[in-house]
Write a protein that binds this ligand. Structure first.
Ligand code: SF4
Length: 198
């Protein structure tokens, strides 16, 4: 009888496959079609949504893939996020922070709504967007009315408001950035910066 030339790894692989195959065959199943199946592409039934990485001022483009039939009361779930190959900033790449965006999206501590903690209160509580916008607008107006400077001592018109500042996001379109600038400056606000410099 000849000697079979086989490595240790090959021996175990061959033995395991043969054992699994013969067991299934003994039970009346043919394993070949199952073994030949191509695994379904996990993103095949997902919906693609383009967005911008929220972490830093580079503002890389991402594609978020979600499942759910988008019917009225159904809640979609994001199952995968990757760099957008068509985005001019990152062309499909993401740094490790951006590559971990799915954990950020699913984090139970992620702030999803406006939260407010009033004077003397110990806890933040959820408020509506309307309430938050109204509150911000009211406080801005009060502060501007109190502190707006239209002229300085020598009579020069300055129209400036120094006691409130604005930090704008960099993950916006040029049009949004232009409008943000116009609104801030039209109120006389001088203290104005952008996330891109932070
Ligand atoms: S993927 Fe990285 S480099 Fe790009 S915006 Fe996000 S944090 Fe910044």
């Amino acid at each position: 009888m000849g000697v079979i030339d086989v490595t240790r790894r090959g021996f175990f692989k061959f033995g395991g496959t043969a054992l699994a195959g013969s067991t299934l065959a003994a039970l009346g199943f043919d394993p070949q079609p199952a073994l030949a199946q191509v695994r379904p592409f996990k993103l095949a039934r997902t919906t693609e949504t383009r967005n911008t990485c929220p972490y830093c001022s580079v503002s890389c483009g991402v594609i978020m893939y979600s499942i759910g039939d988008r019917s009225r009361n159904a809640r979609s779930e994001i199952i995968h996020i990757e760099g957008d190959p068509d985005h001019p900033v990152n062309r499909g790449t993401l740094c490790p922070k951006g590559a971990g965006l799915l954990d950020f999206v699913r984090s139970p501590t992620r702030t999803q709504y406006p939260m407010y903690r009033g004077p003397g209160e110990r806890q933040f509580r959820r408020v509506s967007w309307d309430w938050a916008m109204e509150r911000i607008a009211t406080l801005m107006k009060e502060d501007r009315d109190r502190n707006f400077i239209d002229r300085i001592d020598n009579g020069t018109t300055v129209n400036r408001w120094l006691s409130t500042g604005m930090l704008a996001a960099s993950a916006t379109t040029n049009e949004t950035a232009f409008l943000t600038y116009k609104i801030v400056r039209s109120m006389g606000m001088v203290v104005f910066d952008n996330q891109a410099r932070v």
